[in-house]
Design a protein around this ligand. Structure first.
Ligand SMILES: [Fe+2]
Ligand SMILES: [Fe+2]
Length: 239
């Protein structure tokens, strides 16, 4: 009961938000990897992408299960904002509406993307681990995911060294910088969207109220055209 009280506090939003965003990011990665697997014409590579997709689906499942556990302890007014839907992956920009990365990027850039993002994912999980330090079971689950992310990073690095041995470390640094900026841009976009939602929500409610009020005043019977000669109705009439 004491724990319920603690989680019911509004600051619990911070936990839910991070878990929700990470679940979306993991699901986005799973879709990207699955698409890469489907499009690959090399058996080894397809197999690698498939295993990677499987891991990312597992990570999504883990984050959603923690989200569900914490969400149940939070106030329903808060937790209802963190219901997972696969559409969120698209609207939040974790998967682009222009197509999957394997379709829009050169293969070299795609592997660089995987290489840098897996490392960035591992780093962001360091922050989540700190946040969950009072929840050893969940922290252990996250630490297991971090091992996977480092393995993914290592595999992408291996691929790089094999096929692009002349790639310089500074080039990878550039890839990493680009992805960091992109991630920050997505967070900025998401924050602005939330801000606009807050500002516009009262306007939507007011408009809905006005429409409801107008309809309640109007006599809906006059909209009934049954038995009326439609030719006699004024063409400018709304009826
Ligand atoms: Fe992952
Ligand atoms: Fe990963």
């Amino acid at each position: 009961m004491k724990q319920c009280k603690k989680y019911s506090k509004p600051e619990n939003k911070k936990y839910l938000n991070i878990l929700f965003e990470t679940a979306c990011a993991e699901f986005g990665s799973a879709l990207e990897m699955l698409k890469a697997c489907k499009d690959s014409n090399q058996e080894n590579l397809a197999c690698g992408y498939f295993e990677h997709a499987k891991d990312e689906y597992e990570h999504t499942k883990t984050f959603l299960s923690i989200l569900s556990k914490f969400g149940k302890l939070a106030n329903s007014d808060i937790s209802r904002n963190f219901r997972f839907s696969s559409n969120a992956v698209l609207s939040k920009g974790y998967v682009s509406g222009d197509g999957y990365l394997i379709e829009t990027m050169k293969i070299k850039d795609f592997i660089a993307y995987v290489y840098t993002n897996e490392l960035l994912a591992k780093e962001s999980f360091d922050g989540i681990l700190k946040l969950l330090k009072e929840h050893p079971k969940e922290a252990f689950q996250i630490s297991q995911i971090m091992k996977d992310e480092l393995r993914h990073h290592g595999l992408a690095e291996k691929y790089f060294l094999k096929y692009y041995p002349r790639l310089q470390p500074w080039q990878l640094m550039l890839y990493r910088l680009r992805e960091t900026v992109k991630n920050k841009g997505r967070k900025f976009y998401d924050k602005n969207l939330k801000f606009l939602d807050k500002v516009l929500k009262p306007v939507y409610y007011f408009m809905a109220y006005l429409v409801g009020k107008t309809l309640s005043i109007m006599d809906s019977q006059q909209f009934n055209r049954k038995g009326k000669n439609l030719m006699e109705i004024n063409s400018k009439s709304v009826i």
